[in-house]
Design a binder for this molecule. Structure first.
Ligand code: UGA
Length: 435
């Protein structure tokens, strides 16, 4: 099919590449000229495993191209809207400026029978409003939320664990659904579960899923607080409760908590929307989920202070990790950078390192100092903080790192190091939720 993808960020760039890999003719459109130039040359404008190969292969095949000119979408039968919905300034609610602009601009290029597919994460009720705005174009809107994880985006897009269509009642909705079945013919043939529902449910599925994941993480981090007060070990606790298949071990990794461009802003936007709908009590627990999460960052700084005998003023701190999670260069609401910045503001000399995210981190926090490797960041350090669990940090050799630091002290913010090995090498090892 002829497919357009509007908005080529973390979601849209991967989606465009994946649609081309599925055999469709794809044009990706974005307002950012530098991004479009990189994508057109088959280069990924951000770090995402597998994306460079996907882009190189699909742009070379001629099935994928990019443009800054929205009129290029004319003639496409399916239009995916993948623009961002960040948190509004001074508010919890989502900023729908980009979604509204994309739909308004797209309308001019739609032909009767076209299918517009909303993928952006939006407050429930938005799809209904956007569908009304398309009246008169002859196009139908399907709401098709996206569940990809950064770091696994290519695999999650090509092999999703489920597909959800929010479809309007009536003949146009049936037709739209049939078109989307052709777009996703390959994953559907692989047996990927499909849930076909109404607009409201489809929009809610997305924020409900992210709220559940955030709640799971904050639950285990609340248990970590209990463990800290009692001398218990949250990692053993998570293993033990995780054996119950009703609970499951995934997303029970206690530590610095969740960040990124999705979970934090999505739970806040969900609370804001519930308030507008008069059911704010239903989501008041998410306020606690948010608070538990933010408290972990403060606790991390306190732990480092304890390790530094009560003061971090003038102390040298190495922070390993700047990205909000491994295998990503995304620093939006990164817990690692939050800790680094807090410590810097409290008078420590902080050096941050990350395998991929230094350029983005530098733009976000220009007054932090950056180093290329863990060893360079840890030179003369009074304390080392593991803030993002990149594979190379998990594999650090305590004997080797001991040679460059001033004081052998490490705070494991992700509970991924072996305390026995580090203590055995003479290190003071501290972690969130562990004795
Ligand atoms: C999240 C969801 O997992 C995706 O399904 C969803 O599509 C996406 O948001 C989105 O809305 O676009 P993502 O933000 O890429 O994906 O990252 P996650 O893997 O969910 O991790 C989020 C944060 O939680 C990270 O900071 C991670 O370090 C933290 N985390 C995760 C924990 O602290 N503990 C865990 O056990 C798991």
């Amino acid at each position: 099919m002829r497919v357009s993808v509007i908005g080529c960020g973390y979601l849209g760039a991967v989606h465009a590449g994946a649609m081309a890999a599925l055999g469709h003719d794809v044009v990706g459109v974005d307002v950012d000229e530098a991004k479009v130039a990189a994508l057109s040359a088959g280069r990924a404008p951000f770090f995402e495993p597998g994306l460079p190969e996907l882009l190189a292969q699909t742009t070379a095949s001629g099935r994928l191209r990019f443009s800054t000119d929205l009129s290029e979408v004319a003639g496409c039968e399916v239009h995916f809207v993948c623009v961002g919905t960040p948190q509004r300034h001074h508010e919890f609610a989502a900023d729908l400026t980009y979604v509204d602009a994309a739909f308004a601009d797209l309308a001019a290029f739609l032909a009767p029978g076209d299918v517009v597919v909303g993928k952006s994460t939006v407050p429930v009720g938005t799809a209904e409003r956007l569908a009304a705005g398309l009246e008169g174009t002859g196009a139908v809107l399907i709401w098709n939320p996206e569940f990809l994880r950064e770091g696994f985006a290519v695999q999650d897009t090509l092999h999703p664990d489920r597909l959800v269509y929010g479809v309007p009642a009536g003949e146009a909705g049936e037709r739209g659904r049939a078109v989307l079945d052709v777009v996703y013919a390959a994953p559907l043939a692989d047996g990927v579960p499909l849930v076909v529902t109404d607009y409201a449910t489809a929009q809610l599925v997305k924020v409900a899923a992210n709220s559940f994941l955030a709640t799971k993480i904050s639950f285990i981090n609340a248990m970590a607080e209990l463990c800290e007060a009692t001398g218990a070990d949250v990692t053993a606790l998570a293993d033990a409760i995780g054996h119950d298949v009703r609970i499951g071990r995934k997303f029970l990794n206690a530590g610095l908590g969740f960040g990124g461009g999705c979970l934090p802003k999505d739970i806040r936007a969900f609370m804001a929307r519930a308030g507008e709908l008069g059911v704010d009590q239903a989501l008041s627990f998410l306020r606690e989920v948010d608070s538990i999460n933010m408290r972990r960052r403060v606790r991390m700084v306190d732990l480092a202070r304890e390790v530094c005998a009560g003061s971090i003023v003038g102390r040298r701190v190495a922070v390993l990790g700047a990205a909000f999670k491994p295998d990503s260069d995304d620093v939006r609401d990164s817990p690692a950078l939050s800790v680094a910045a807090q410590m810097r503001l409290q008078g420590a000399h902080v050096t941050v390192t990350d395998p991929q995210a230094i350029p983005n981190a530098q733009r976000a926090w220009p007054d932090l100092v950056f180093a290329d490797t863990a060893e360079a960041a840890a030179q003369g350090a009074d304390v080392v903080i593991l803030a993002t669990e990149w594979r190379e940090y998990r594999a650090l050799d305590p004997e080797k790192l001991a040679q460059v630091v001033r004081s052998k002290a490490i705070v494991d913010g992700r509970n991924v190091l072996d305390p026995v090995a580090w203590r055995g090498a003479g290190w003071t090892y501290r972690a969130l939720g562990r004795p």
